[in-house]
Write a protein that binds this ligand. Sequence first.
Ligand SMILES: *Cc1c(COP(=O)(O)O)cnc(C)c1O
Length: 442
Amino acid sequence: MTPNTDNIGASTVDLNQQLFDRAKTIIPGGVNSPVRAFRAVGGTPRFVQRAQGAHFWDANAKRYIDYIGSWGPMILGHGHPAVVDAVQRAVTEGFSYGAPTEREIDLAQAIIDLVPSIEMVRLVSSGTEAAMSAIRLARGATGRSKFIKFEGCYHGHADALLVKAGSGLATFGNPTSAGVPPEVVQHTLVLEYNNLTQLEEAFALHGAELACVMIEPIAGNMNFVRASVPFMKRCRELCTQHGALLVFDEVMTGFRVALGGAQSIYAKHIPGFAPDISVLGKVIGGGMPLAAFGGRRSVMEMLAPLGPVYQAGTLSGNPVATACGLATLQEISRPGFFDTLASHTRELVDGLKAAANACGVPFSADSEGGMFGFFLLPQLPQNYATVMTSDGPRFNRLFHGLLDRGVYIAPALYEAGFVSAAHSTDDIAQTVAAAREVFEAL
Ligand SMILES: *Cc1c(COP(=O)(O)O)cnc(C)c1O
């Protein structure tokens, strides 16, 4: 009889690697969204088998403390009973109708109640779709073509938004992706984040032609960089003065940094502050494909079927996704939810800082609500160019050191981190202890 060698050494076979090898033969790069492929940090992506609370288990049945939480949506942790229950009930009533439902009104109302700048809202299926539609709406409402975005801010992968700065303020952007014709980004002006001088100059040159300024108020796609209060105040003033709309991309920060989003934080510092259009995603779906854009009634009424700006979606307002989103918003609206979440997040950030300091590793970190970022830099960066001066190889050693110890942070130094309500003091203490070990050898 031929011995069966299939199971010899089974315990040392890396099942993540096996799945990755299989995936790579039929899915480009083995993944359905690039950063999951671990290209920046090297190594084998973890294929998730299941998740519960603050943890997930990979194909090797190894447990990780999860600081990505699906890149933000899982603010309650995985498998929150109230959310699971709402989704299970919804599923039995049908997956999708292509006709309106009461739950869409309930979710729209919940969003409007929590975000005062939103008077009307439209539901879509992804942040990309919401951001793309918000730009179209801003252009349609103003009758203008040009708009400003900032280097290091990500607004999804719509053509006009895949753009980097041109050679000067008088020139517009260059595509950052093949397949985006230069003509498509010729109206996109890319400025440095937090750079007041550039902002003033851009409005002086192009103010009358600008449809909008689109900004991540706390940029979570260059790790974690806040727009300074004076910068945000000036964005608002210049938009108002020149008849451009201020578009807040809160796909990441909405219902994540505070119940009212990042705009509620700026409104505390700038009296009467409000964006004209807000873009939401991630947390509002609670892990299901759901996003939204909303704003002033007069602007939103420009949308089809009322107005001339076309926008549509077969699965928009999906009944299962809205059930998931509504249950999530209900849970995070409980009194004290964000205070507890913010204090847990600060506990993590302070613990990491102390561990790095004790080991002489340059380190800076910041957090708001359940979102955090850290840099292997002595001071918090204010823009993308400074973020990218981070020590990449050192970050990669930190990433893999943590991963080996069962702590899963974003596999790239320009991504933010997320703490959920399910992360316990014990999870945080374990994370800090693991980081301390890694810092000692960093
Ligand atoms: C994630 C994200 C998007 C894109 O959302 P998708 O659902 O991935 O299309 C847009 N803007 C910001 C700020 C994001 O963080």
